[in-house]
Design a protein around this ligand. Structure first.
Ligand SMILES: [Zn+2]
Length: 503
């Protein structure tokens, strides 16, 4: 147990009474509230609560009209090493592939409530906030940001918006971009292309107070700590989450719910009434994945995990403590539900616990999640099933890409791929790299590598070089030949460059 965890656990008990100068004072730890979202026996490593962005958001959600109004108290620390005249907040719903609208309606700097100017930038996927006075290096700042959000109604693959009575609302708050600690370029401000994951953020802390219609089920990252009945048939739910890279939610008037507990972890499955059997299966698969990965890699970090039926067709998407599982896998594509659940649950280790960089090296967390789903199937069903996954899920698509001129080096940023070859190369070919390591090192040593990787990089964002260094050190091999064979080789091709920042 690391000192930070010990402190959190002790403070989590509630209050610390201090006696100073003969006077009794009650000092409340500002981070005690997060103890209900993070398992008390799981280390946060070198994570520093005081450096992390913290969001205290009051939001009112109108799911029938797909609207949200919010006031976010956003606290962050300047980690750039130099004074900053402006800050950025990402407004990802404005991405064309998400099709929403997010507008800021006012920004003030607390505690004085000095108004701050703001301008939309990066194709409206960010607001640049001009501070009334520079923020010195290493100093914290608190902003109150009022905002409005509209989500679309769509058909087909819907990551953000409503379809079939299910409203997905990830990215539903102004998000602090990841900080680089590089004075020359302090923020991560890339615009994600349509085929990759969206947000590049640092592990953050969330206290979300959401007012929703009482008849609507709210499924979200984190845990509910209290709720109260509001006016006009609404209910006010208070959720806490973190440390976690982001906060996401999904709402529906139709959801049914089943749950189970695994040690001190609550696992929930939410599904439409007509898909109850598949909803139960998703619950069992999620619990099995948490158990298997908890034994293979490291304990699951959060006190809750939700799997929710989402209008993402046959695909899934990972958020901290919350996985979207495509609704087609509850119906016509039910044969792929188990491995999809395993892949998404694996992201709780390779994305939520060990941070990922979906822009610069998406292959690292996707390949690990993909290969972890093979380890899961191997554990449950044995080597023949694992071999079928290797062949059908990874080798066949990779060979198809080579034959049809879609092959490329896997180790490139997300903009080097397109909608056709992104999944094949960043998931399947990348998984073949991890499988080659697995075959070379053997089960025991490969798992020792992954365990060390988690221990060393929990709540950080490791690079491929960091991973290779752990392989060399713990695995005792030079991983470079396999890395070159699977990750660096392939025909270089012309790609459309990322559009320049819209400043
Ligand atoms: Zn994935």
């Amino acid at each position: 147990m690391k000192p930070t965890v010990l402190r959190l656990a002790v403070w989590g008990l509630t209050l610390i009474l201090l006696t100073a100068c003969g006077r009794r004072e009650i000092v409340q730890n500002p981070y005690a509230v997060f103890a209900s979202a993070w398992r008390s026996n799981v280390s946060v490593g070198d994570f520093v609560f005081g450096d992390a962005p913290r969001y205290d958001i009051l939001m009112s959600v109108d799911p029938d009209n797909r609207r949200l109004e919010g006031t976010a108290l956003v606290r962050l620390r300047n980690l750039s090493g130099r004074p900053l005249n402006d800050l950025y907040l990402r407004l990802y719903p404005n991405l064309p592939q998400l099709g929403g609208t997010m507008q800021l309606t006012g920004v003030v700097v607390l505690p004085e409530r000095y108004p701050a100017g703001f301008a939309y930038t990066l194709n409206n996927t960010a607001a640049r906030i001009t501070l009334p006075q520079p923020l010195p290096a290493d100093q914290p700042i608190a902003l109150e940001v009022a905002y409005r959000l509209e989500a679309p109604q769509k058909t087909g693959y819907v990551l953000f918006g409503e379809s079939e009575g299910i409203l997905n609302l990830p990215y539903a708050y102004p998000m602090v971009p990841a900080q680089t600690r590089d004075p020359a370029s302090p923020w991560r401000l890339e615009i994600p292309p349509p085929h990759g994951d969206i947000a590049v953020t640092d592990p953050s802390l969330f206290v979300i107070t959401a007012t929703v219609p009482a008849a609507v089920t709210l499924v979200a990252t984190g845990v509910e700590i209290t709720h109260s009945v509001g006016i006009s048939d609404t209910i006010q739910r208070v959720l806490v989450a973190g440390p976690a890279p982001e906060f996401a939610m999904t709402l529906s008037r139709h959801f049914q719910h089943e749950r189970l507990t695994l040690d001190d972890i609550v696992i929930n499955s939410y599904f439409l009434p007509q898909d109850r059997l598949a909803g139960r299966a998703a619950l069992a698969d999620a619990a099995a994945a948490v158990r298997v990965f908890g034994q293979l890699f490291a304990p699951y970090p959060f006190t809750e995990l939700d799997v929710v039926q989402a209008p993402t067709r046959y695909l899934g998407m990972e958020y901290p403590g919350l996985n979207y599982i495509g609704l087609d896998t509850y119906r016509s594509q039910s044969e792929s539900q188990e491995i999809l659940v395993a892949h998404e649950v694996a992201h709780q280790w390779w994305y939520a616990l060990v941070g990922s960089d979906p822009f610069r090296y998406p292959w690292l967390d996707e390949g690990l999640a993909e290969h972890s789903s093979l380890l899961f199937m191997d554990t449950l069903y044995g080597p023949d099933v694992a071999d079928r996954i290797r062949t059908l899920r990874w080798r066949v698509p990779t060979e198809w890409a080579v034959k049809n001129d879609y092959d490329a080096p896997v180790g490139q940023d997300v903009t080097a791929f397109n909608g056709t070859n992104y999944e094949i190369l960043v998931y399947a070919k990348s998984a073949l790299f991890f499988d080659a390591l697995y075959q070379t090192l053997g089960f025991e040593t490969y798992l020792k590598v992954l365990k060390t990787f988690v221990e060393r990089y929990r709540l950080q964002r490791p690079t491929p070089a960091d991973f290779l260094a752990v392989v060399a050190e713990v695995g005792g091999i030079d991983p470079q030949p396999l890395y070159e064979q699977w990750i660096l080789s392939g025909p270089q091709r012309q790609v459309t460059p990322t559009p320049p920042p819209g400043e």
